[in-house]
Structures are given as C-alpha cells and as structure tokens.
Write a protein that binds this ligand. Structure first.
Ligand SMILES: Cc1cc2nc3c(=O)[nH]c(=O)nc-3n(C[C@H](O)[C@H](O)[C@H](O)COP(=O)(O)OP(=O)(O)OC[C@H]3O[C@@H](n4cnc5c(N)ncnc54)[C@H](O)[C@@H]3O)c2cc1C
Length: 271
C-alpha cells in the first residue's frame, strides 16, 4: 500500500481538475482519479453548445494562464463573447488543462470505495488498488444523481431513457420522440432532435404522464391543433426549473393531452 498522500480528488471534471490544479500549485501531494472530462464526453449530446459565455467557462487555474481563451488560441479556435462554445471544444479544453495544470497527479482509474480511517481515508480503486489520503475531495458531478420520476421508471429502458444517457441522439433516427421536462436538458435535447429532423418533439407536462389533463395556458394554445402538432416552448418559460439532467427524460409520445405551442415560438437556449 502507498504512503499517505495529502489529497485525493475523485472525479476529473471541471471541478475536480480545478481543485487538483490548486492542490498541485500549493505543493501538496495530490492524486486526481477518473478519466478527464468523461461526463462531457459521454453524457452530453454532440452538437450541444455551452450556455456560459467563453469568459465565464474557465477552469480555475491558480496562475490564471490555462484559460479557455488560451486553449482556443493554441488550437486556432474562435473564442469570443456571443459565440457559443461547442461541447467538443470545452471537452478538449478540459483535457488540455489537465495535461498542463494537473500533469502527473492524474490517475485514470475510478474509485470504487472510500472509507474513513484514523488518520484520513482509505480509497479502493476499481482495479483493487488502495490509496491512503489525509483528505478527499468528492467531485463526482451530476451523472450519479440522474433522477427518473417514478411514473416513468416503469417504462422499459429501450422506450424511455434519461437525457444524460445520450452522447449522440442518432439512435432516435426515424423515431418520434417526446421529451419530458422543461429544464435546460429537455429544451436542448428537443432542439437537437429537431435540428436533426428526428420528428416533432413535444413536452407533455409531468402530470400529463400520470394521465391528468393539464389546465395550463399552453393547453389552451394547443386547442384545435392536431395532437401531433410540432411543439416548442413549455408554457412556463425557462422559469426556475432544474437545469441539470436530473429531471428530463425522452420517451415515446404520451397518449394523454400534450401541451403545444406554435412552431414559430422561439427555441430554448439550446436552439
Ligand atoms: C446538459 C448540460 C449543460 C451544461 N452546460 C453548462 C455550461 O454551459 N456551463 C457551465 O459552466 N456548466 C454547464 N453545465 C453544468 C456542468 O455539468 C458543470 O458546470 C460541470 O460539469 C460540473 O463539473 P464537475 O466536475 O462537478 O462534474 P462533472 O463534469 O460531471 O465531472 C465529474 C466527473 O467525475 C467522474 N466520476 C464520478 N464518479 C467517479 C468515481 N467513483 N471515480 C472516478 N471518477 C468519477 C465522472 O465520470 C465525471 O467525469 C451543464 C450541465 C449539463 C448537464
């Protein structure tokens, strides 16, 4: 078993890499565990753009040199206010940042278990190695917390999937898809599906999935439309709803009433 290290960071996404960069810079003996930017590579749809402006999308580098702007200059990519950053660019930036600001402290292995011990923590990797650390930073991100509402959990996985299960929406080629939810992931998924011509996405309100008619203004807007009229905005607007994939899912169109808005309504931020 190894000697006791100062800090073990679990997760090599934006937060884990930022925390590790600061620990390295402070001269601590640190290890960061996980594949750099895996959530962005495997759990975000191709074609997505960041909502945060480039200047607000830097990882935290203590020396402030490994910025997104510096990466884009290095790669001859555009990086300017008002120009949304593609997910692929941000993923590449995270890996570039990792090489420069984290370096040898990266261990591309997952942690399977963390246990408190008298002098710190004992970590077990997925390949049964043990690491002892004085402190542990949990930076495991959103994927372990994806939530599927109970009413949708009964549907077979091939009929109903969570938005964070897709890095490519091509599996829906030729299918008609309903997107359940009205947060960022739902709007983004619907916009990308529509751009790819995968049929008209609609937003049944969650309560409609339970079979209860929606009394919403959106339902009134829909009156007289054929049930499968292409739909856009949820009637509440962006609102305060969750913006992580914790609340959206894709599933075949529900037979219950569907809230619709005219095709001319503006797309969400992902569009
Ligand atoms: C659709 C969508 C769009 C978004 N757009 C933006 C945006 O435009 N701008 C913005 O700032 N934020 C955006 N976010 C939020 C974004 O997810 C967070 O800002 C950022 O990813 C959080 O970083 P993180 O390191 O905490 O988590 P993550 O990026 O999820 O990274 C955590 C990492 O930990 C790894 N991990 C988990 N368990 C283990 C384990 N046991 N061992 C080793 N590794 C493990 C995971 O594989 C993952 O790679 C968006 C989120 C979603 C879902």
């Amino acid at each position: 078993m190894r000697a006791l290290i100062d800090v073990a960071v679990i997760g090599a996404g934006p937060y884990g890499l930022s925390a590790a960069a600061h620990a390295v810079s402070a001269g601590l003996d640190v290890r960061v565990f996980g594949r750099p930017m895996r959530a962005w590579e495997r759990h975000m749809p191709r074609g997505m753009f960041l909502k945060s402006e480039p200047a607000a999308s830097d990882l935290a580098d203590p020396r402030r040199v490994h910025t997104l702007d510096a990466y884009c200059r290095h790669e001859a990519l555009p990086c300017a206010y008002g120009h949304p950053v593609p997910v692929e660019t941000f993923t590449g930036y995270g890996r570039w940042f990792c090489e420069r600001a984290v370096g040898d402290a990266l261990e591309e292995r997952d942690i399977a278990e963390v246990r408190a011990t008298g002098d710190g923590f004992l970590l077990r990797t997925a390949c049964e190695q043990q690491v002892r650390a004085r402190a542990v930073v949990l930076a495991v991100g959103f994927v372990p917390f994806a939530r599927r509402p109970p009413v949708l959990a009964l549907l077979a996985p091939e009929l109903c999937s969570h938005s964070c299960e897709h890095d490519r929406l091509s599996r829906f080629a030729g299918a008609e898809v309903a997107v359940v939810g009205a947060g960022q992931s739902a709007l983004e998924t619907a916009a990308l599906l529509r751009e790819a011509g995968r049929g008209p996405p609609c937003w049944p309100a969650p309560r409609n999935c339970a079979g209860t008619p929606s009394p919403s203004p959106g339902a009134a807007r829909c009156a007289g439309s054929p049930r499968r009229t292409p739909a856009w905005a949820p009637d509440g607007g962006p609102g305060p709803g969750p913006s992580t994939p914790g609340s959206s899912a894709t599933c075949p169109p529900a037979p219950a009433t569907t809230r619709c808005a005219p095709r001319s309504a503006p797309p969400g931020p992902g569009g």
